[in-house]
Design a protein around this ligand. Structure first.
Ligand SMILES: C[S@@+](CC[C@H](N)C(=O)[O-])C[C@H]1O[C@@H](n2cnc3c(N)ncnc32)[C@H](O)[C@@H]1O
Length: 266
């Protein structure tokens, strides 16, 4: 039982600045095995800098010099996620319009830059079936653990796990072998100017752990080749078009712009 993770092709090495999973007497043996087998993450007796840790039955990304309040995890049942799911505007959210969920529920989407799965959660809660592709082993492990806990959550277990599938892979490789979805969704890293404390905390972590996405232009090409209906790219409002490609339309969100590349009607 691998928790539903597919691994496609080769994945990037764990960045040299990132350690593995900090040894902890409370760590379940089955979890250690899964993380080693699925993501190549090893238990280490000591860490410096970013690492995975086991806290309150959850896998978290932590920095040795930051307080535990700064822990980063995937929590599909968090207060913020639940609020956004229930009161966040639903189909009037810019992302829902961009992906096309206002016109058709139940679309299939490949989220080729899954990150912490926040956008995927919004799409899944509006009815999409989402394949989450993530190449960074630590981030993929956080997603895997978020899905594990979603399967135990009474509010989520009946619908969310069925709509989210995790693929641990470089997306350009995955997009050559996965079945063509209605929509490919991209949100590559971009140097941001945004400043809220929560965003800053995560941005620092992603900057250190994930780094830049220098292959994002090539990812656009692979996404456009595979999608049946459209490709959607999330960008900061001030950013240039990904791969220099002019979209069919752009939809402005509260903090971002969604560039939509239409290939066929939904
Ligand atoms: C800005 S974050 C995405 C955040 C996400 N939309 C969310 O809602 O949480 C970008 C993520 O995409 C991943 N990524 C970027 N390029 C990728 C690629 N070619 N293949 C797989 N993952 C990729 C990075 O490792 C990072 O975790």
């Amino acid at each position: 039982m691998n928790g539903g993770v597919l691994t496609e092709g080769s994945v990037q090495e764990i960045s040299a600045t990132v350690t593995g999973l900090l040894a902890d007497a409370q760590l379940p043996a089955a979890l250690i095995d899964e993380l080693q087998q699925q993501f190549g993450i090893k238990v280490v007796p000591q860490v410096a800098g970013w690492h995975l840790a086991w806290q309150d039955q959850q896998l978290v990304l932590r920095h040795t010099e930051l307080s535990k309040q700064g822990d980063i995890l995937v929590d599909f049942a968090s207060g913020a996620a639940t609020y956004r799911r229930k009161f966040g505007g639903g189909k009037s959210e810019a992302i829902a319009k961009a992906v096309g969920l206002t016109k058709k529920a139940g679309l299939s989407v490949i989220d080729a830059t899954a990150g912490l799965g926040r956008d995927a959660l919004v799409l899944a809660s509006l009815g999409a079936s989402v394949t989450l592709v993530e190449r960074n082993p630590l981030v993929a492990a956080l997603l895997w653990d978020g899905l594990r806990r979603a399967r135990l959550d009474p509010e989520l277990q009946d619908w969310l796990p069925a709509r989210l599938q995790l693929v641990f892979s470089q997306a350009i490789t995955a997009l050559q072998s996965l079945p063509a979805p209605d929509v490919v969704y991209l949100d590559p890293m971009f140097p941001a100017r945004e400043k809220s404390a929560a965003v800053k905390k995560e941005m620092r972590a992603f900057h250190d752990v994930v780094g830049a996405d220098p292959d994002a232009d090539a990812l656009w090409q692979a996404a456009y080749a595979l999608a049946n209906k459209r490709v959607v790219v999330k960008r900061p409002g001030y950013a240039e078009f990904l791969a220099g490609q002019k979209p069919s339309m752009s939809i402005e969100g509260k903090n971002n712009r969604f560039d939509v590349y239409v290939k066929a009607a939904l």
